[in-house]
Design a protein around this ligand. Structure first.
Ligand code: PLP
Length: 382
């Protein structure tokens, strides 16, 4: 049994999450990696690979492809062919390559808001324009507003970028929700880029992940799926991810857009991915159980604080907190001053909201929640 309560000291390792608040008493609850060690099998495989001592140009092995294909079939009954897999050294690259591959200069790319910030910057990075529509709150749940989606589409729209499961809203979308969105994309002939990096981090036991490309063969034809072991097994620093594109024409466009610009993954990324997918299952179940309890604590405590509100997190280890009713200008600064470093909703195009990363030992989470609670109490008694 892995001891997820154990604090691992990440300072001095160049960890982005911790370096940002270096030498300040601010608990880092922002960038999306977890403060847990990776599965023991991953650590062992990396040690063995390091001991081999030769680190020349390396590409994927057939075994890694087979393991990924077998896994996708087992989990989703998705029959992926080896040639559909395109390797990437990061999913943010995948988002940018997709925007570069689809449409022409000035064409519009549509996405939801709030959303993971690179969804908002990738279109502009690649000379496309960005069109967004707000997710709607219905019966306490974040859902697609299909009317708003249709309104965001223009004659130059070429691509819809979907976050499935959703960061930062923590939603696992149902088959119907995905079908409705795909139907709009078909009607307006939009390519779908489905970022499924969080697909294994399912906290709600009653829900399962549905890859967008498995909805129907004609939807697969217009879909670029982006996946990675990085969030699942906490190996984001190793930079390995992949696209799955069954439509050959679309795949060629994607490959052409990445040509000469996106490097092959790091060799340690391949090593870690193979070990994680082959032997990381028990660790994953254990970390999910730990995260479920953290999610429950966050939900109860945040909703118990006046001026803050959050929804249950179905997937990811990220809670999206509505702080618009706090009587302050800048909630992000306010909690930073109280010693808690959250993500600012403005970066996700969700002003007034905060994102809290609860992928950390429970004691640290409790400390952060205590600090938030104390800050609100001080505010109320001022
Ligand atoms: C939805 C989503 N896509 C992509 C990424 C990052 O991918 P990568 O680190 O492989 O570039 C993240 C990280 O938080 C994410 O939440």
């Amino acid at each position: 049994m892995i001891d997820f309560d154990k604090k691992v000291n990440r300072s001095g390792t160049g960890a982005v999450k911790w370096d940002w608040y270096k030498d300040r008493d601010i608990l880092p609850m922002w960038v999306a990696d977890m403060d847990f060690t990776s599965p023991p099998a991953v650590i062992e495989a990396l040690k063995q690979r390091a001991e081999h001592g030769v680190f020349g140009y390396t590409w994927h092995t057939r075994e890694l492809v087979d393991v990924i294909i077998e896994r996708l079939h087992r989990l989703y009954q998705w029959q992926v062919q080896p040639e559909w897999i395109v390797w990437l050294s990061g999913l943010v690259s995948g988002l940018n390559v997709t925007c570069r591959a689809i449409g022409e200069h000035g064409d519009s790319v549509v996405t939801t808001i709030p959303v993971y910030p690179p969804f908002l910057s990738a279109p502009q990075n690649q000379d496309r324009t960005l069109a967004t529509f707000m997710m709607a709150k219905n019966n306490g749940d974040w859902q697609f507003d299909l009317d708003a989606f249709e309104k965001a589409i223009s004659p130059t729209s070429c691509l819809f970028i979907l976050c499935n499961p959703h960061n930062p809203l923590g939603r696992i979308f149902t088959r119907n929700e995905l079908l409705n969105v795909a139907e709009v994309c078909e009607k307006h002939d939009l390519i779908i880029c489905s970022d499924e990096i969080h697909c294994d981090l399912l906290l709600d036991r009653d829900k399962s992940h549905i890859p967008t490309a498995t909805l129907a063969p004609e939807i697969a034809e217009r879909t670029i799926t982006l996946m990675a072991p990085s969030k699942t097994f906490n190996i984001a620093g190793l930079g390995l991810s992949f696209a799955i594109i069954s439509n050959e024409g679309l795949r060629k466009k994607f490959e052409r857009a990445k040509q000469g610009i996106v490097p092959y993954p790091n060799l340690f990324g391949y090593t870690a991915a193979l070990a994680a997918y082959k032997e990381g299952h028990v660790w994953l179940q254990q970390v999910l159980d730990y995260l479920r309890e953290n999610a429950r604590i966050v939900y109860e405590r945040i909703n118990g604080l006046s001026g803050l509100f959050t929804t249950p997190v179905e997937a990811t280890y990220l809670a999206w907190i509505d702080a618009r009713h706090l009587p302050i200008e800048n909630a992000h600064k306010f909690f930073e001053n109280a010693g808690v470093g959250l993500s600012d909703g403005r970066e996700f195009n969700g002003p007034g909201y905060l994102r809290l990363n609860f992928g950390c030992p429970r004691r640290m989470l409790a400390d952060a929640l205590d600090r938030m609670s104390d800050a609100i109490q001080r505010l109320e008694s001022a």
